[in-house]
Design a binder for this molecule. Structure first.
Ligand code: CP
Length: 338
């Protein structure tokens, strides 16, 4: 049987080489300046959401529309069958369709498939494997883009790198602080994991400030150490809020779950309730080096970050959200042109 070439997927940013990421960032910045209209006429992106989104869905649709293509947008809540993902399973349960079949069928209709899976929330050991997005990538015959799994959010990281470059120019040696903030609806560490690795691959010096019990995934931290060694940056974790922010060029706020009580919402709420001081305001940011504020959004105003800081001149949050559009246009052009 003839060997088929596997499509290039984007499950995590490090699936792509540093040179490919540099090209993507250059194209993102050029696309922002010039627009890059109608480069993908006749191309279709299939977007499958297993949970909600504002920025990712809207920016992806806008990107395809502006490039002259179109999208098919499907929500698991209303639009398609419950899916089985285990290979070889006897499908006598709730799910009437297998991901293998859905992926093969969708591959005949669209040129790229973007998926936002839903972690089970019942076991970090299980969810950290990101099995669902890997299963789609295994069976699809078109590129699969991860629109945020339990472990990674490569689209956000791409936009974050673009925003960091706009704000700081060369990133090597610059100080990035990632600061845990308090929220009753924290996400997984996907945004932080992706940003941490992306920033270290650019040679940045990264500090992560968080309360005890909110340590990042051990596997992600091991890779972070290797990236810091390989690219001349550094990584320090578990700092206090003040030590995290001091002398930073950019402070990135994000709330993430404790992995110690990942599957126990009651314990998680009790742990979070003890961390009320973890909010960013102008006074805290003043510890930085003329520091800018970033946040992937959605952001809880006056709980994670104060109104004055979010709406003030140091805030890059809307620029970051806008850059989702430009960087995803660049990604789609790289994947679909030619
Ligand atoms: N930052 C981000 O991915 O936003 P949404 O969850 O609204 O898509």
């Amino acid at each position: 049987m003839a060997e088929t070439t596997r499509p290039q997927h984007l499950i995590r940013l490090s699936d792509w080489t540093p040179a490919q990421i540099d090209d993507l960032l250059e194209l993102s910045l050029r696309t922002k300046r010039r627009g890059g209209r109608a480069q993908l006429p006749g191309k279709t992106a299939g977007l499958l959401f297993f949970r909600g989104s504002l920025r990712t869905r809207a920016s992806f649709e806008a990107a395809m529309n502006q490039l002259g293509g179109s999208t098919i947008n499907l929500s698991a809540a209303t639009d398609f069958w419950e899916l089985e993902s285990q290979v070889g399973s006897v499908m006598d349960g709730k799910a009437p369709e297998h991901v293998k079949d859905a992926a093969a069928v969708m591959s005949a209709y669209v040129d790229v498939l973007a998926i936002r899976p839903k972690p089970t929330g019942s076991s970090w050991a299980v969810d950290r494997k990101d099995a669902d997005i890997h299963t789609w990538a295994k069976w699809a015959r078109v590129p699969v883009i991860n629109m945020e799994s339990a472990l990674w959010h490569p689209l956000q990281a791409l936009s974050d790198l673009m925003t960091l470059r706009e704000a700081l120019g060369s990133l090597s040696g610059k100080e990035l602080s990632i600061v845990w903030t308090n929220s009753p609806t924290p996400a997984t560490g996907s945004v932080v994991n992706s940003l941490l690795h992306a920033a270290l691959a650019q040679g940045m010096r990264v500090r992560v400030a968080h309360p005890a019990g909110f340590e990042l995934d051990a596997g992600v931290l091991d890779e972070a150490e290797s990236l810091a060694r390989a690219h001349g940056g550094s990584v320090q974790c578990g700092l206090s809020l003040a030590d995290g922010v001091r002398d930073a060029h950019v402070v990135y706020a994000r709330s993430w779950m404790s992995l110690e009580d990942y599957s126990n919402p009651t314990l998680a709420a009790t742990r979070r309730a003890r961390q009320a001081g973890w909010m960013l305001d102008e006074k805290v940011l003043a510890l930085g080096r003329d520091a800018k504020l970033m946040h992937a959004m959605p952001v809880r105003r006056n709980l994670e970050v104060s109104d004055a800081l979010l709406d003030g001149p140091r805030s890059l949050v809307y620029q970051q959200a806008e850059n989702r559009l430009h960087s995803q246009k660049a990604l789609l052009m790289q994947l679909l042109r030619g």
